[in-house]
Design a protein. Structure first.
Lengths: 751, 229
């Protein structure tokens, strides 16, 4: 097929401004990018055409700074059905079932308008997953806020949490996991990364590629309003003092309509009327229609006056660029319009045939019979700007000598300080506002394990149920210190968290949050993180199947900590064999798996007790990581483990404290003779480690020795206190009071 | 026991309660769409949880006016048992099948958590599997579960034994510590005068399997099967 020639230039609408360099600049297009546009068009664009190029070539939609790097990530494995490039990634989980998942950011909107920004972030990621035919079964979210003492932080926490809950609770999808951190680097740019996991039959997965000349293009869902115009462009620049004035670029969500849209789409998907389907996300009708046509190698004619409109007096420009929520674009098989219309009418949703597929490879837009836009589709996509921006890698900082880090004068006080600090304090105030139990499949709840665990609805008559384990992880301070190590660690920790439930880690979705890519040191952070992630994904057979990039997270030149959030999914064949991290029974042996050197560089201990963020982050040996993890998983599935927790922020003592709190049982441990400095052993953040509770500690240690895995019995569960012989004895009730106090007190404190 | 579960636009726990009923009876209940004014004869009508019509008006107020609720009212008057859970409790209250109303939680936030309930009576078709005074653990998930009724109504409810469940501490103390939403007199669930209609905010349907929230809610469904089969 070749691209048809344009016959007549489009008409100019009344009141349509003449394109000036200033209008081009306001659309975020660089002068050389505009030159490129002129070459493709062969004439001056109309306003709607300019708006389309602006949206499609925005960083948000085109990945123009990140694409060259994203290609370095491994994306395939025998169980991968669909890697990056579709609405979400798809993996085979056995029994003809697929898990479909993705994580996506809604950072910029959530800072400007926290409730709606976060709510529509959840709505958008849910649509990405059900567009592909999946019923969503779980939501997760990774949140980063500024310093708690910053005047905006409390307002942002309150709005974001209410927005996530408001949307997910109404949709009836459990929000089962996530993470929340605080750091001054996020004062001007918070991060709201939302992840959805869905389940679909492997033979009923829907894609975006349009097919079939003449097939109708159908618009369903909510009407189009003026909200969110230029949202994609807004998210592709830094913030400055005027950013608050961008509130009208934030979309407004309606979870009730999305719930109806979910049910209506799944009902239509149960028929065979759909050829292709795509949700309208960033850049709305523009990106959805261009993606469908481009993927199918076809052209498209759309009558924009047929688009259901919420407001009067809307024009083609607004219709193409609106980011109104809860809308879908569907290519139907010919003659199936009435059948589909009935379903959407039953659910009281709009349904309109707005165009049809052509063989011109052009997007022809009309308005009351007159052509107002006519763009050749392939060059807009293939000739989109792509940059290999200059990059400078962050050098590895010197390794911090444990001897140069003071030991606490009072171990009890130091543990309480850590367990009550914003990053480690209980987040129950947050997740109690999320319905995490709906659907009745939640086996591991927030705070009860390293990963959330959800039962997969059964399709066969098997006596056992599968479980899906899922988590989201990143340690931004490690990435800041050394992006390669930090990238490696984020992937390894996600893999470890899935492993700690007994599930087999299968695949990753990545949400890359960084500052301004036009600065070489920021681009270097991105490049370094990707290198580390790629290496870890390869070594751990943990391919990336979907993802999202959010750049320009900077305010007045101050960037966020580089935050490549890793969302991950794993599967356990028999959910009854999974374990959480709750220490529930007295008399169980506590076994530490993995080697401890006492690594305090970039540790939470160093930051929280001495306000020092320095040194090299703990190295990640991926071969050791894999060996230790495979051993632990085998022991769990073999039924020889009662509880398991990975060691991460805060090290061994924090992990043990968390296990005691989760299960309500105390523990007594003793430092081994070769422990070295006690504060290094207890608070060091060496990687590749797990703490296990088991009925037979000696058998576990023997099995570990046989597998070449370091293992040590540290002590036993029991009693009402957490005891480290000779160093501390802390009643669990006191520990709990401190751990649970910080967030509610902070949220209820006067401004 | 033949059961029907109503489905409104925005219902979202209809699948959970259908699953619980199927687990106990071995039989999938009939799902009844809100627009249907008529449906087959059943032994039990369940109004499930969710956000009917988005709950953009007062919770349950729109659903209470739907054609299917007119039919439910008619059948309830004939003595057909009705169970309203969460949004369903709000709907049957708005429909006038139960006294009182559900206000916004006193802390103004959505709350999803396990709570403890004191079973007030075993003398009903819904609670016959429990002992009076027994403490059970089931979850709540709502933003508007703060039960309120005027003083006369409250007195009548107490005098006639129409209170089904009260929030309590794990040890069974009915005090502020176990109350998740500020409900008057810690009320979690109430009956109509004939105890053929029960409305409750907690979700017994999410406490019917050991790995998924425990089994303390199962007794409610087993009790109904016993009474209605």
């Amino acid at each position: 097929m070749t691209i048809a020639q344009e016959k007549n230039p489009p008409v100019k609408l009344p009141n349509e401004p003449t394109i000036t360099p200033q209008i081009v600049a306001e659309h975020g297009l660089a002068p050389d990018e505009y030159e490129r546009l002129l070459k493709i068009m062969g004439r001056t664009p109309t306003m709607v055409e300019l708006g389309i190029f602006s949206a499609m070539w925005s960083e948000h939609c085109s990945y123009k700074s990140s694409k060259v790097w994203l290609k370095k990530l491994p994306t395939s494995a025998p169980w991968v059905i669909q890697g990056p490039g579709e609405n979400a990634g798809v993996i085979d989980i056995g029994d003809s079932q697929a898990a479909i998942f993705k994580m996506e950011s809604h950072n910029h909107p959530s800072y400007i308008e926290p409730y709606q920004g976060a709510a529509t972030g959840v709505g958008g990621i849910l649509r990405d997953v059900f567009t592909m035919g999946a019923r969503p079964v779980a939501n997760l979210n990774a949140l980063r806020f500024g310093d708690p003492s910053h005047p905006k932080t409390r307002h942002l926490v309150s709005g974001v949490v209410a927005g996530i809950g408001g949307y997910g609770n109404c949709m009836g999808i459990p929000t089962v996991g996530g993470e929340t951190n605080f750091h001054a680097a996020y004062n001007g740019n918070i991060l709201v990364n939302a992840m959805t996991v869905g389940i679909a039959p492997t033979d009923k997965i829907f894609y975006a590629a349009a097919a079939g000349l003449g097939n109708p293009m159908v618009y369903v869902g909510s009407k189009t309003g003026r909200d969110g115009i230029h949202g994609a462009t807004m998210s592709s620049t830094e913030f400055n003092e005027d950013s608050e004035s961008k509130r009208p670029t934030v979309q407004v969500g309606d979870p009730f309509v999305e719930k109806l849209l979910l049910e209506a789409c799944l009902e239509l998907m149960a028929t065979d009327a759909i050829v292709a389907i795509q949700d309208m996300g960033a850049a709305g009708l523009t990106s959805s229609s261009f993606e469908m046509a481009a993927k199918g190698g076809l052209g498209l004619e759309m009558a924009l006056d047929k688009v259901p409109m919420r407001e009067t007096g809307m024009n083609p420009y607004e219709l193409m660029l609106s980011e109104s929520q809860e809308r879908m674009l569907i290519v139907l098989k010919p003659g199936r319009e009435d059948e589909a219309r009935k379903i959407f009418e039953k659910w009281e949703l709009d349904f309109a045939v707005i165009g049809h597929l052509t063989d011109t490879e052009r997007m022809v837009l009309s308005w009351h019979g007159e052509i107002v836009g006519n763009i050749p589709i392939p060059p807009l996509v293939t000739e989109a700007p792509m940059y290999e921006r200059p990059w400078t890698l962050t050098p590895l900082p010197p390794v911090l000598d444990t001897a140069k880090v003071p030991a606490p004068q009072d171990y009890k006080a130091s543990l309480l300080a850590l367990m009550g600090c914003p990053d480690l304090a209980s987040k129950a105030w947050i997740w109690h506002q999320y319905d995490h139990l709906i659907m009745g499949n939640t086996a591991i709840r927030p705070q009860d394990g390293d990963a959330a665990l959800v039962r997969v609805p059964q399709t066969t008559k098997a006596s056992s149920h599968k479980g899906l384990a899922m988590t989201s992880d990143c340690t931004p301070r490690y990435v800041q210190a050394h992006p390669e190590t930090g990238g490696r660690q984020a992937v390894a920790e996600a893999w470890r968290n899935i492993t700690a439930t007994g599930a087999q880690p299968l695949a990753v979705t990545d949400n890359m949050n960084f500052g301004n890519p036009q600065k070489p040191e920021i681009m270097g952070q991105f490049a370094g993180a990707i290198m580390g992630m790629a290496e870890a994904c390869k070594m751990l057979d943990f391919p990336v199947v979907s993802g999202n990039v959010s750049l320009y997270n900077e305010t007045e030149g101050r960037p966020i900590l580089p935050t490549p959030t890793i969302g991950a999914v794993g599967v356990i064949d028999d959910i009854s064999k999974a374990v959480g991290s709750r220490l529930r029974t007295a008399g169980q042996a506590l076994v530490l798996i993995g080697a401890t050197q006492g690594w305090l560089g970039q540790s939470l201990y160093l930051r929280e007790l001495y306000s020092r963020e320095e040194g090299a982050p703990p190295p990640v040996d991926l071969a050791v990581e894999r060996r230790n993890g495979d051993f632990v998983r085998g022991e769990i599935v073999g039924g020889r483990v009662a509880a398991c927790h990975d060691l991460s922020d805060g090290g061994l003592l924090v992990a043990l404290a968390e296990m005691c709190l989760a299960g309500g049982t105390g523990a007594t441990m003793k430092l081994p003779a070769d422990a070295g400095a006690p504060h290094g052993y207890l608070y060091g953040e060496d990687q590749g480690r797990y703490l296990i509770a088991t009925d037979d500690g000696n058998a576990l240690v023997a099995a570990a020795a046989a597998a070449g895995v370091p293992a040590t019995v540290l002590g036993y569960s029991g009693g009402d206190s957490l005891v480290v012989e000779g160093l501390l004895a802390l009643p669990i009730a006191e520990l709990r009071a401190v751990h649970e106090a910080w967030l509610p007190a902070y949220m209820n404190s006067a401004a | 026991m033949k059961a029907a579960v109503l489905v409104f636009p925005g219902s979202n726990r209809e699948g959970d309660v259908a699953q619980a009923i199927e687990l106990v009876t071995g039989r999938r209940p009939t799902m009844v769409w809100h627009g249907d004014g008529d449906f087959e004869k059943v032994d039990l009508i369940v109004v499930p949880g969710g956000f009917s019509y988005g709950d953009y008006l007062r919770c349950g107020a729109m659903a209470a006016q739907s054609p299917v609720m007119a039919e439910v009212k008619k059948r309830a008057a004939q003595g057909v048992p009705v169970l309203g859970i969460c949004n369903g409790f709000q709907i049957v209250t708005e429909a006038g099948l139960l006294p009182g109303t559900l206000m916004r939680n006193s802390h103004l936030k959505f709350v999803c958590a396990d709570v403890h309930l004191k079973v007030e009576t075993s003398q009903s078709l819904f609670t016959n599997r429990y002992q009076a005074g027994q403490v059970i653990k089931v979850p709540v998930a709502h933003a508007e579960g703060n039960y309120f009724a005027d003083a006369d109504t409250m007195k009548r409810l107490e005098d006639r034994g129409q209170i089904a469940f009260r929030y309590c501490s794990p040890e069974g103390a009915v005090d502020g510590s176990g109350n998740p939403n500020g409900s008057s007199s810690n009320i979690a669930g109430v009956f109509n005068e004939t105890k053929t209609v029960l409305g409750l905010m907690p979700h017994p349907e999410n406490a019917v399997e050991p790995m998924f929230g425990g089994t303390d809610g199962k007794g409610l469904f087993e009790g109904m099967v016993e009474a209605l089969s």
